[in-house]
Design a protein around this ligand. Structure first.
Ligand code: PLP
Length: 283
């Protein structure tokens, strides 16, 4: 199995990176996870554009030109590793290696690596729904950047698992933000609602695709913040992510409890997303 190591294809066992990489000391790096369906990457351009934006926001020197070659390298990696089924590509761009110092210098060479992994679509979860755990969002105020510094997210995920939930739904005070590795949507009186893509959430690629599909369906959409009380009164709720696509929520746990039905709007959007993905499979 090969990995992409600073632009070069390399055996996984031979690839080792610097002790002094800043992603290790400071979580000083950004990443992307791209779905692969039957060997074809889904929404690769959008992911690479978001990687570019994350790098720009963190002042990591990474150019559009490198992005173009990364696109070709990612496709090459998928082919080389024979990822002909479903899986994903993980890409990480770190600021690079330098002696440990909070202050970064701009001449450091960024370091990029990528690997592939097989992973099936979680069809059972998509059909049966999941229980989620409501918890306070303790993350920093630039959640719009996809950085590898994910401590708030991993603590929230563990909390959720400790309450037999598959995902944590985070809120800042009363205002709902997003999952630990997913975006959140609710449906109320036929209207699809999701929090705005401001600094408090990651603007998910799946979120953007779902909003696009909803608009094309003529579904009324409201992109405004909502409260935990509104969340618990929703008719339907689901989360979105690259890995899990659309996953319905069937139960709330945490400070508030309750059950919720998997509704027709969720199912309709699942069907539309599936159709969009199936077009990717055929190349
Ligand atoms: N929000 C967070 C915090 C995430 O980590 C992720 C994905 O991992 C998402 C949202 C969903 O984003 P996407 O649909 O681009 O995978």
């Amino acid at each position: 199995e090969k990995v992409l190591f600073n632009g070069k294809m390399m055996d996984r066992e031979k690839a080792s990176f610097s002790f002094d990489d800043r992603s290790m000391y400071f979580g000083d790096g950004v990443y992307e996870v791209i779905r692969v369906y039957s060997g074809h990457p889904y929404q690769l351009e959008m992911h690479l554009q978001r990687l570019q934006r994350s790098a720009d926001e963190l002042d990591i020197p990474y150019s559009i030109k490198e992005q173009q070659s990364l696109k070709e390298r990612v496709i090459e990696l998928i082919d080389t590793n024979g990822l002909t089924h479903d899986g994903y590509v993980y890409v990480q761009l770190s600021r690079g290696a330098a002696a440990r110092d909070h202050l970064y210098e701009r001449h450091i060479e960024p370091f990029i690596f990528a690997f592939t992994k097989e992973m099936e679509i979680p069809l059972d979860q998509q059909e049966q729904g999941i229980a989620v755990y409501l918890t306070e969002d303790i993350r920093w105020l630039r959640c719009d950047i996809k950085t590898v510094n994910l401590l708030g997210n991993v603590l929230a995920k563990r909390q959720a698992a400790d309450h037999d939930c598959s995902e944590a739904i985070q809120h800042r005070g009363d205002t709902v933000t997003e999952g630990s590795s997913s975006n959140l949507f609710i449906v109320k009186d036929g209207q699809l609602m999701t929090p705005p893509a401001d600094n408090l959430i990651l603007n998910g690629i799946t979120r953007q695709v779902v909003l696009d599909l909803a608009e094309r369906q003529g579904l009324p959409v409201s992109i405004t913040p909502f409260t935990t009380a509104e969340l618990l009164e929703a008719d339907e709720a689901f989360i979105t992510s690259t890995i899990n696509e659309i996953t319905p929520i069937k139960e709330w746990r945490g400070t508030k409890h309750g059950r919720i039905k998997i509704g027709s709007v969720t199912k309709q959007l699942q069907t539309k997303l599936r159709a969009d993905i199936e077009r990717t499979r055929t190349g």
